[in-house]
Design a binder for this molecule. Structure first.
Ligand code: HEC
Length: 147
């Protein structure tokens, strides 16, 4: 196929993907959480994989890749928002940020019956979601000083 056709095909595939996200249809990518402490069914109130946790580093790695596969389409690569959804580097570190994070990933967000963010906890494990939070704290504006 010609180069132009190729580019057109890619562009239409991307816009189809965009539409699917826009309607809140998630194609969740499974997250390999092997090696991370299992947390059970009941949600923790605060991130269990903080610095003091023996698997903290692993959680950062797992979280980074899980974020790229499941959140970046809306929240932007490297958590730098392109404007579609809030910039997650602005979330506060620590317990207060955890509370807000937990509320959002469990309930998602919708307005006037339109799903803005699907309830991600329906698709991803608690372990995967806290791992994402662990990575997010490493790139937060509070941690990096705003870069
Ligand atoms: C389909 C797009 C979409 C996907 C996928 C998505 N989000 Fe969101 N998210 C949004 C939008 C839009 C908002 C803002 C909702 C509002 O305005 O009430 C939001 C809000 C949030 C908030 C609150 C931020 C704030 O500043 O108030 C958090 C935390 C969050 N998302 C985390 C995540 C995580 C973690 C993932 C991946 C596991 C994810 N989101 C996947 C669209 C998305």
């Amino acid at each position: 196929m010609t180069r132009t056709m190729f580019i057109l095909t890619i562009t239409s595939l991307l816009s189809l993907a965009g539409l699917a996200w826009g309607h809140g249809n998630v194609t969740p990518q499974s997250v390999n959480i092997r090696g991370l402490e299992e947390l059970g069914e009941e949600w923790r109130d605060t991130n269990p994989y903080r610095e003091s946790h023996p698997q903290h580093e692993l959680a950062v790695d797992v979280g980074k890749s899980a974020y790229n596969q499941n959140c970046a389409a809306c929240h932007g690569l490297e958590a730098k928002s392109g404007g579609i959804a809030p910039d997650l580097r602005e979330l506060e570190n620590g317990d207060y940020g955890d509370e807000w994070y937990k509320e959002r990933v469990i309930n998602g967000a919708s307005r006037n019956g339109r799903v803005l963010m699907p309830p991600m906890a329906n698709y991803l494990s608690q372990e995967a979601l806290w791992a994402i939070r662990t990575w997010l704290e490493t790139v937060s504006l509070e941690t990096t000083g705003g870069n």
